[in-house]
Write a protein that binds this ligand. Structure first.
Ligand code: HEM
Length: 443
């Protein structure tokens, strides 16, 4: 019996719905499965050969771009020309279970290349990256090459006293993404030895036994997804305020091309890790009750963009009036006047002040999450050096506006609605060095 004939595998309640309704039910079902970490049986149904049909990968994975983070050219753009991020995301924190020797390195390399042979490097197929923490590199006698800026993760750079933040002390972070949730589930299974075929290709090696999986996190981004997920979610007002067109829970578009660093800008240029990038990952919980119930739309635009954007009605309901730019640099000089006279500074307005020669330093790839049934954001950013992230994150803390009475609980951007929960830093090596890298590979 094929998966399609198996009633256990049919997401529709009756198993006999019309095609359009059935497709919708299946999408809902797959989405829920990605978020929950489907049971083996369920995942097998979802990700079985008959239900995962994706474009095939390449015979020679070495022909793919050397940067693991080369996702932009493999992603579609929206109607305005901004990169449209992949819709479904799974993150695994991994702890190394063996010595990082040559045999382990070969196994990891083979297991990762199998994904690239089976699935196209695209959002229709699969994109992924494997990054390593400072704790991973600590086990070696040699130090991490000086061309890499990867200090131990330290959330205190932005926190005065808040507790309850976990720091990632595992060894690696795997990030798997696709527009098709079933592809992410199938790739996850293949990578950890729970299936030996993927999209019609044999899988001959797995990470099982090399890494232990610790925490699984999930994310999603795209118009319609947060609006769907807000229903019945704790901490979200009953009025279900997130607009259908908004890709993010706070109700607005983000990631406009001109406020994102390019992949070139975030890439390490020299040394044994040329082609790598550094990755920051933090999880914040969102207080959507307060965000939507305490203020009107105009105030939310002022807080997220700037008071000027709110006054000019420049943003629209969820950002549809913007194209590839927020034009926020036009109001960065006015920020002190806005703080003093209007008692508000915008998040984007604050953050744009941290650009260098007019260019953003961070390539943001953040996603919504409902992990633990809490509404939140996994904020992922790439930058050449962690010090650049730190500078931008300090700009977000906005301490300079305390002199106008704007502390973190006042109209100082969106700080008031965020609670930081998790924080980690990684080196995402070039593809050629992504399997258990030594800290100084040419030495
Ligand atoms: C729930 C949390 C967050 C939300 C809803 C959010 C939303 C937004 C929005 C709507 C924009 C303006 C649109 C755009 O330029 O893409 C923006 C810009 C930006 N955000 Fe956030 N953001 C959040 C957290 C963060 C965090 C934690 C950082 C880390 C430093 C950050 C860094 C930036 C940067 C660098 C910009 C671009 C500024 C520029 O134009 O140069 N955001 N964000």
């Amino acid at each position: 019996m094929s998966d399609a004939d198996d009633p256990k595998c049919d997401p529709s309640p009756t198993g006999s719905e019309p095609d359009s309704k059935r497709d919708h039910s299946r999408r809902e079902f797959v989405r829920a499965a990605v978020a929950s970490g489907a049971s083996a049986t369920l995942a097998a149904c979802l990700a079985g050969e008959s239900s995962v049909t994706a474009p095939a990968g390449v015979a020679e994975p070495a022909s793919l771009p050397d940067r693991q983070h080369a996702w932009n050219d493999a992603s579609p753009t929206d109607a305005d020309g901004n990169v449209r991020p992949p819709r479904h995301h799974v993150f695994w924190n991994l702890s190394l279970a063996v010595e990082p020797d040559g045999a382990a390195r070969d196994t990891v390399a083979t297991a990762l290349a199998a994904l690239e042979r089976a699935l196209e490097w695209s959002t229709d197929g699969l994109l992924f990256s494997l990054g390593y923490t400072p704790a991973y590199f600590d086990r070696f006698d040699a130090s991490l090459h000086e061309s890499v800026d990867l200090p131990p993760p330290d959330p205190m750079v932005v926190l005065a006293a808040e507790s309850d933040v976990t720091v990632d002390t595992t060894d690696a972070l795997l990030h798997l993404v696709s527009d098709d949730g079933a592809v992410v589930l199938a790739a996850e299974e293949a990578l950890f030895g729970e299936r030996d075929r993927l999209n019609g290709h044999a899988v001959s090696a797995s990470l099982d036994g090399i890494f232990e999986r610790t925490d699984r996190r999930t994310g999603f981004v795209g118009a319609g997804l947060p609006a769907d997920r807000q229903r019945g979610l704790e901490g979200v007002p009953d009025s279900e305020p997130v607009p259908e067109g908004a890709p993010f829970f706070m109700g607005f578009r983000s990631g406009f091309r001109e406020s994102q660093a390019t992949e070139d800008r975030v890439t390490i240029r020299e040394g044994p890790f040329a082609g790598a990038t550094t990755q920051h990952f933090e999880t914040v919980e969102l207080d959507l009750d307060a965000w939507f119930d305490e203020h009107d739309h105009e105030h939310r635009v002022a807080r997220l963009f700037s008071p000027d954007h709110a006054e000019r009605e420049a943003v629209g309901e969820y950002g549809e009036r913007l194209d590839t730019t927020t034009d926020v640099t036009a109001v960065t000089d006015e920020i002190h006047a806005h703080a003093r006279d209007e008692g508000i500074v915008g998040h984007a307005q604050k953050l744009a002040r941290a650009r260098e020669d007019g260019e953003p330093l961070l390539l943001r790839r953040d996603v919504n999450t409902t992990d633990g049934d809490v509404c939140g954001l996994h904020f992922v950013s790439l930058q050449r050096e962690l010090a650049e992230f730190r500078r931008v994150r300090e700009a977000m803390a906005g301490e300079a506006f305390g002199q106008y009475g704007l502390g973190p609980r006042q109209s100082n951007g969106i700080l008031q609605y965020l609670r930081l929960r998790h924080w980690g830093s990684y080196l995402v090596p070039p593809r050629s060095r992504r399997a258990l890298p030594r800290p100084n590979p040419k030495a």
